[in-house]
Design a protein around this ligand. Structure first.
Ligand code: ADP
Length: 163
């Protein structure tokens, strides 16, 4: 039984993240999506909202043994606590790969029993970045091809509140 963990800030969750989750759920017996709380950056969406948006989306996806948790500690500690052997991450580009490779070395130093598995994105999700979505949102651009409808509604509501 191989348990995997997919950590990230997911601010906001995108179709790119959901693609990695769908493919990860096929590869592993169980998958925990771990919404990381970043104390240094003011998030666009709060971790609790990200969790409930993921949960709403997962209900429509029929994936086995996938759950969402919020965690604010070291990800290798989370893996150890739940007995997960794999840290799953996605890569869009060679720049992503460099970053993910360094992160995997760091995590390996923290716990050499936990393996990082990288899944390359599908071409259609290649340009999907949280920063681009935030910028489009600010400029009133259409983000419906990038995020699920519930995420889009949450983002539009947030933009209304800010204006
Ligand atoms: P973090 O702040 O930890 O990088 P992100 O939410 O930006 O969190 O990303 C979480 C993971 O999902 C990372 O491994 C990232 O490379 C991957 N990812 C983000 N967008 C995509 C995408 N469009 N396709 C594939 N993987 C992606």
């Amino acid at each position: 039984m191989v348990k995997a963990v997919f950590p990230g800030s997911f601010d906001p969750p995108t179709y790119g993240h959901l693609n990695i989750i769908t493919r990860g759920a096929v590869l592993f017996d169980s998958l925990d999506i771990v919404v990381a709380v970043n104390s240094q950056k003011e998030p666009l969406l709060k971790a609790e909202l990200i969790k409930s948006l993921f949960e709403e989306q997962l209900q429509t996806m029929n994936l086995k043994d996938v759950k969402v948790v919020i965690y604010d500690g070291l990800i290798v500690d989370y893996c150890r606590n739940v007995g997960a052997a794999v840290l799953l991450r996605g890569v869009r580009s060679s720049a992503d790969f460099n970053y993910e490779f360094e992160l995997s070395i760091l995590n390996k130093q923290l716990d050499d029993k936990i393996e990082t598995v990288l899944i390359p994105t599908e071409p259609k999700y290649f340009v999907l970045r949280s920063s681009t979505i935030k910028e489009l949102l600010n400029l009133g651009g259409d983000i419906s091809a990038m995020v699920p409808p519930a995420v889009e509604s949450a983002l539009l509501k947030l933009r209304e509140q800010k204006t």
